[in-house]
Design a protein around this ligand. Structure first.
Ligand code: ZN
Length: 281
């Protein structure tokens, strides 16, 4: 399959997409940058700071005013192009907060964009308008603590919270499984007609899909509880048993997700930890 890098794809009236050329085991074909609006625009998840992608975005914007360049979160495949694009086209960076690195110990690793800054930080429920139509902020911590989704004309731009091709990586200490599950639950109580994720195809059955994702995590949690109930185990042992046939490139991510489950179970008093070893409480 030829991925449509650097091409403007019109998905529906007022919603278009440009795919960045940063494919990987974590980004699928790459980061999908969305353009909202017709005469006045907003840009969601400008992506990596790659000249080819910035050129493609500038061509797609075609001189139209951009009210906001919005980031769902500050992983390096989402936000680094925000400031360079803003400087090219004269638009503010609006959206998620920078990660508060020092307040709770070192939360971030090399996958985070440490240079990110916002001209305006949006909180849950806050809106900005393009051509009189609102873009509504939906706070969805879990994948990262600063993750936001944005709703526009019934479509939810779901970033990495809900993706169309893979389950979301929840990697401690910044990733938090309990917060992620609450943020999934939050989406179940909404009536969005479609999700446009940063990676993978659109999700056209949001309610059913979110129920499926939540069920998958519950199954994973049960499986981890069963494994540490059999005997004391470390995380590599749990990963080897819980993810048979896993792509070796994803072993670290799977270990992170298992760790996120274990921390959540520990908080709920269901598992105990001694150094790197975990056992049922
Ligand atoms: Zn991410």
């Amino acid at each position: 399959m030829d991925a449509p890098y650097a091409k403007l794809e019109q998905l529906e009236p007022g919603i278009a997409r440009v795919l960045a050329h940063n494919p990987s085991a974590f980004t699928y074909f790459g980061t999908q940058t969305y353009l909202l609006g017709e005469n006045e625009l907003a840009v969601i998840d400008p992506g990596p700071d790659v000249p080819e992608h910035l050129d493609a975005l500038e061509r797609a914007i075609a001189g139209r005013p951009v009210a906001a360049i919005m980031c769902t979160h500050t992983h390096r495949d989402h936000s680094p192009a925000a400031r360079p694009l803003g400087e090219r086209i004269g638009a503010p960076v609006v959206g998620c907060a920078p990660l508060a690195l020092e307040t709770v110990g070192p939360r971030a690793d090399a996958s985070f964009d440490g240079d990110y800054s916002a001209d305006r930080v949006l909180v849950d429920g806050e809106t900005i308008e393009i051509a009189g139509k609102p873009i509504v902020t939906v706070a969805t911590p879990g994948h990262t603590s600063n993750h936001l989704c944005f709703e526009y004309r019934g479509a939810l731009f779901s970033g990495d919270h809900v993706m169309g091709w893979s389950t979301t990586v929840v990697f401690p200490p910044d990733g938090d499984m309990a917060a992620y599950m609450q943020s999934l639950d939050k989406l179940r109580h909404r009536e969005d007609r479609v999700y446009y994720p940063a990676h993978g195809p659109a999700v056209t059955n949001p309610q059913q899909y979110v129920r499926h994702l939540a069920g998958h995590r519950m199954q994973r949690e049960k499986q981890i509880l069963r494994l540490v109930g059999e005997r004391t185990r470390d995380i590599p042992d749990i990963v080897a048993n819980a993810y048979p046939g896993l792509d070796p490139r994803l072993t670290t991510a799977a270990g992170g997700s298992v760790f996120a489950h274990l921390l959540d179970l520990e908080r709920r008093g269901l598992v105990e930890r001694q150094q790197d070893l975990w056992t049922a409480a």
